[in-house]
Design a protein around this ligand. Structure first.
Ligand SMILES: [Zn+2]
Length: 206
């Protein structure tokens, strides 16, 4: 289902022969936001697309100028993944399952293929200190159940991307978003000790 150019790091100049035409992603203002933050969602958030892979996102950015890079990265991944996934009703989730990340806006009621919360904020360690030299962390947080209607196991329905403000102006912004989104799609995920993927006590990928 996943077609990627290299092992997991898709460069912006990637010349993958199977790369489908990216499905354009338009980002629009989200319903609510917190101060000093730009909150965006994809156009068509919380709608079902049964013919194409659709990434529903809540984004919390530090500047509206970061919008185009996120739209480009999301378009790239939607062009790489060639099939839609089975819609998943998040209202059926147990109450103790937390949404990924700390995005202010709610998760979609129906996840068409995948939902991602993406934030730009300092990356902190367990004691609250800023982690030096890490530009982003990301990963899946909740998987579709085994033997679901499409019999796909372990397909991510929710994930998060967290990027450091330090990368915004240093020229690797787009590449870093693409890279971290790959981890949400379980590419480069090798921590098999995460028996459930809520990342409580699990190591995050960077
Ligand atoms: Zn990585």
């Amino acid at each position: 289902m996943l077609l990627v150019c290299s092992s997991y790091y898709v460069k912006s100049d990637c010349n993958c022969p199977k790369l489908a035409t990216p499905a354009d992603v338009t980002l629009v203002t989200a319903p609510t936001c917190i101060p000093d933050t730009v909150c965006l969602q994809n156009e068509g958030f919380d709608t079902i697309n049964s013919t194409a892979y659709k990434i529903d996102v809540n984004l919390q950015l530090t500047n509206v100028d970061q919008t185009d890079a996120f739209a480009a990265a999301l378009s790239r991944w939607q062009g790489i993944i060639t099939e839609s996934d089975s819609p998943f009703n998040t209202t059926t989730l147990p109450a103790d399952v937390n949404p990924p990340g700390t995005c202010t806006n709610a998760v979609p009621e129906i996840v068409s293929s995948i939902y991602v919360c993406g934030e730009i904020k300092p990356i902190l360690n367990e004691t609250g200190g800023v982690v030096d030299g890490v530009v982003g962390v990301a990963g899946p947080t909740l998987l579709r159940p085994r033997n679901s209607t499409t019999n796909i196991t372990g397909t991510t329905i929710m994930g998060f991307v967290q990027l450091s403000p330090d990368i915004v102006d240093d020229g690797i912004f787009l590449d870093t978003i693409i890279h971290e989104l790959g981890h949400v799609f379980v590419i480069g995920m090798f921590n098999l000790e995460c028996s459930h993927l809520e990342f409580v006590g699990c190591e995050l990928l960077t």
